[in-house]
Ligand binder design. Sequence first.
Ligand code: ADP
Ligand code: MG
Length: 377
Amino acid sequence: MLEEAKAGFRKAYGYEPTGVWSAPGRANLIGEHTDYNNGFVFPFGIDRRTYVAIAIRQDKVARVASTISEEVFQWEISDAKPTALDWALYPLGVAWAMREAATTGFDAFFVSDVPVGAGLSSSAAIECSVGFALNELWSAGLSRQQIALLGQKAENEVVGAPTGIMDQTASMLAEADAAVLIDCKTLETELVPLGLSNKGLVVAVMDTRVSHRHSDGGYRSRREACEKGASVMNVSSLRELSESDLVAAEKLLNDVTFRRCRHVITENTRVLAAVEALKSGNMERLGELLLASHASMRDDFEISIPELDTAVEVAMSVGAIGSRMTGGGFGGAAIAIIEQSKLEALATACKKEFAAKGYTEPNIFAVKPSQGARKDS
Ligand code: ADP
Ligand code: MG
């Protein structure tokens, strides 16, 4: 892919790139819709990455191209945000967010094997690849955490997606064989070794190939319900509440708002319990927590879809340790922790069940917890 990125660059711009950088997509082990509620998340970087071949220019023009489309998009770096430039808003939004450090323009070409819209955050992968590259090319001196925040700023303010800080933090801070516990209130992070391969386990992704592209409304309304719940409960965010507050919350909130808040509050507890389970090597407990998380998203937060529920049921039926939908919901993928030797049985059973129900054929593959943003060449 590294060579593919260089070749794509040469073809688009007719000269050699300065270097190639990359950043991974991520899978969230547990902790869904908790990030924008100042809570806990526990994602890991996956072995599917977005590569960017890039060179600086003498002017302030930024050009971006990708294997995703033929068109080269162009914008001049300035205080005025780039607008109406399709997918190019992701990388150009990052350049806009970093504009104070921008000493030059640049040409960039992207190649990726992170599936788009599958809940594995191809958006953070593209943002972090270019953010990490520009930080070096411009000698901006930003920390990985700061680059993550600027990636989020781009996605919020330029793309217009009201997402939290999880995806970019995972893509920037991930390490091989580990997951990153992120406290989204303090932005403190802790790398927790997963040790899956020692136990003969893998994380299987079951991509339903139902795109969450049209989920903006659903995401927004969940965010609003959480904000409303916090405001009625008179706290700055749901992070400030614990399970002991649920009795009071049930009296004060309407049924839907209560269930949305219950998901977030119980999910925070589950994330910390999952970290403990891993540290003590209790995989059975980890599995229970993943399943409880899925049930909470399905029943209380109502962001699952029948395809995701089916994927989780099939995974458990072939002997997975635990399984849950991952990512924002309304489509995308589920994950399962499963013995390597059962992966093929899972793929076969999942495809069979999806076919029987008339769903689109799912894409099933294992992901390996991998390193965050890096320079490749
Ligand atoms: P997810 O992050 O779950 O994959 P998003 O909707 O957040 O889904 O982001 C997907 C969007 O990010 C794509 O529709 C596209 O605009 C942009 N994108 C991601 N990867 C690339 C890429 N390699 N080249 C061009 N655009 C990309
Ligand atoms: Mg995304």
